[in-house]
Design a protein around this ligand. Structure first.
Ligand code: 13P
Length: 253
């Protein structure tokens, strides 16, 4: 089954708006036409409007880094899925480990956010991943299964819309320690088998599963060679246009 690869850059809380616009412009110029890979960038909320102006009509698509599951109301400081859609976003990263770790997100809140994204035509990029402690206690697959079933609660094969899953081992994020190709493939294969168990083979076969955690131009190729790795969610290296473009080109200049 062909799955179009996705390379997504999560900028996290980096760049000022003018720097973000320059980065997006540089990406646009360096990337040119890319047809065989879906290219996504997730700048901070404050940059979305200006960056949308920069990338409109190009292959670069926009993601939000988070959203609030409510439609509107007295939720000071929060941003709804509908707002993000009108800012030009097609995707939303949901349940990133930094949000789980620092902002109290749980599998339940991740589930609510996924439903809100889908109701507003945003494609969720749902993050799961184990901590080092959990891996060392041999709990990786158990943790992933729990996160996945919690995140996808209530979703059925009939109502399924495109959802992207990102496997990001917490111990590999921002540490320079990438999971080995084999370690990543093992978990990706497991995620696909869990999807098959709960939603059936057709959905498992078409769902794109991205790897995230210290992905660099020299590690992308080996990862993309794995049968169940369909792309990458890139943090640090997405802030350098040259590196990100190399990753989009699977390591080639
Ligand atoms: P790094 O690529 O900086 O390790 O970050 C990965 C990540 O968290 C992407 O969402």
């Amino acid at each position: 089954m062909f799955r179009k690869p996705v390379i997504a850059g999560n900028w996290k809380m980096n760049t000022l708006p003018f720097e973000g616009v320059e980065l997006a412009r540089s990406l646009r110029e360096k990337l040119g036409e890319v047809a065989n890979v879906e290219v996504v960038i997730a700048p901070p909320f404050t940059h979305l409007h200006a960056i949308n102006e920069e990338v409109k009509g190009t292959p670069i698509r926009l993601a939000a880094q988070n959203l609030n599951a409510k439609d509107s109301g007295a939720y000071t400081g929060e941003i709804s899925a509908a707002m993000l859609l009108t800012m030009g976003c097609d995707f939303a990263i949901i349940g990133h480990s930094e949000r789980r770790q620092y902002f109290g997100e749980t599998d339940d809140s991740v589930n609510e956010k996924i439903l809100a994204a889908l109701a507003n035509q945003l494609t969720p990029i749902v993050c799961v991943g184990e901590t080092l402690e959990e891996r060392e206690a041999n709990k990786t697959l158990e943790v992933i299964a729990t996160q996945l079933s919690g995140a996808l609660k209530g979703l059925t094969a009939e109502g399924w819309k495109d959802i992207i899953v990102a496997y990001e081992p917490v111990w590999a994020i921002g540490t320079g320690k990438t999971a080995s190709n084999e370690q990543a493939q093992e978990v990706h294969g497991f995620i696909r088998s869990e999807l098959e168990k709960s939603l059936g083979k057709a959905i498992a076969d078409k769902t794109r599963i991205l790897y995230g955690g210290s992905v660099k131009p020299d590690s992308i190729c080996g990862l993309m060679d794995q049968p169940d790795i369909d792309g990458a969610l890139v943090g640090g290296a997405s802030l350098k246009a040259e590196d990100f473009v190399k990753i989009v080109n699977f390591g080639k200049g």
